[in-house]
Design a protein. Structure first.
Length: 289
């Protein structure tokens, strides 16, 4: 079977198509390779020159291997926009495979516009709900939480009244009245330094909205993405150092601190970047003058 190990060096676009065909993906062609380059799924090839004329540009060995991974993952997603998380994850976690300029195109593809950006906002709301919801929260409270956060992610302005409604929606899923109303207790979980509280979740929502708006306005460049990656890697290193202790203290919530699988790393790359980018935008210092 044609696998990663079968590829030993750089190759032209014809070699990429040949790789795909050898692996059994006979629908891959030159036109589709160009389309995937434009979307950031693959990187631009490196041009080669000679004294007379020029040779065909070459793709690195890592990009040839990335193509095989993309073709395998394509069967698991409904849209190419979701497939963009593969190069994003590789750029986020490992050096040397995906350059920042490719990650920038993949980021725009993943967020998308119109219906696609609405899907991203909805997925982000559902993902956040899964992290914070109390098991006794009502279906009505859960639906309201997702609806309000998805609307904000779609560009709805967060007014004073809207923030109050957001607070209520977050509180209803985190601290359902059937459990917390009579006791007066406040729910908080996670690291002692930054516990997940109602206010912390609202701050995350504001960050998600800021990241989506910044992306849709075309303001996320390579420099900002690299800063976001640096923040993500630093915070991840701190978390990994604490994960064992956190899991031991979490009791029934210990599953929240387990190591993600490789598949989960690919599936979560976009949402992780969105949150970290948003937190960076919300908390970065404002320039004066």
């Amino acid at each position: 079977m044609y696998t990663w190990e079968s590829i030993s060096g750089p190759g032209t676009i014809d070699d990429l198509v040949g790789d795909a065909h050898a692996a059994g993906y006979l629908d891959m062609n030159v036109r589709r390779v160009h389309d995937w380059i434009a979307k950031g799924l693959l990187d631009q090839p490196r041009r080669r020159t000679r004294r007379r004329g020029s040779d065909k540009a070459e793709h690195s060995v890592n990009q040839r291997r990335l193509l095989l991974l993309l073709l395998d993952k394509r069967q698991q997603v409904a849209h190419l926009s979701s497939l963009a998380q593969v190069p994003l994850a590789m750029w986020l976690w490992w050096d040397g495979y995906v350059p920042t300029q490719q990650a920038q195109r993949a980021w725009v593809t993943w967020v998308g516009r119109g219906r696609r950006s609405q899907e991203v906002a909805h997925e982000g709301a559902v993902g956040l709900l899964e992290q914070v919801v109390h098991q006794l929260a009502t279906p009505t409270a859960r639906s309201r939480f997702v609806r309000i956060i998805a609307e904000l992610g779609n560009g709805k302005a967060l007014t004073v009244r809207g923030r109050a409604a957001l607070l209520d929606a977050v509180r209803d899923v985190m601290e359902p009245e059937s459990v917390f109303a009579a006791s007066g207790l406040v729910r908080a979980f996670g690291p002692a330094q930054t516990p997940m509280t109602v206010e912390a979740v609202v701050t995350q929502v504001e960050a998600l909205c800021a990241a989506l708006a910044h992306t849709l306005d075309g303001k996320v460049d390579g420099v900002l993405l690299e800063r976001t990656r640096a923040v993500f890697r630093a915070s991840t290193a701190d978390y990994l150092a604490q994960r064992g202790d956190l899991a031991a203290e979490a009791g029934q919530l210990a599953h929240l601190f387990r190591a993600p699988t490789l598949q989960e790393q690919f599936d979560q790359a976009g949402r992780q970047l969105l949150l970290v980018l948003g937190m960076h935008l919300v908390h970065r210092p404002t320039r004066v003058g």
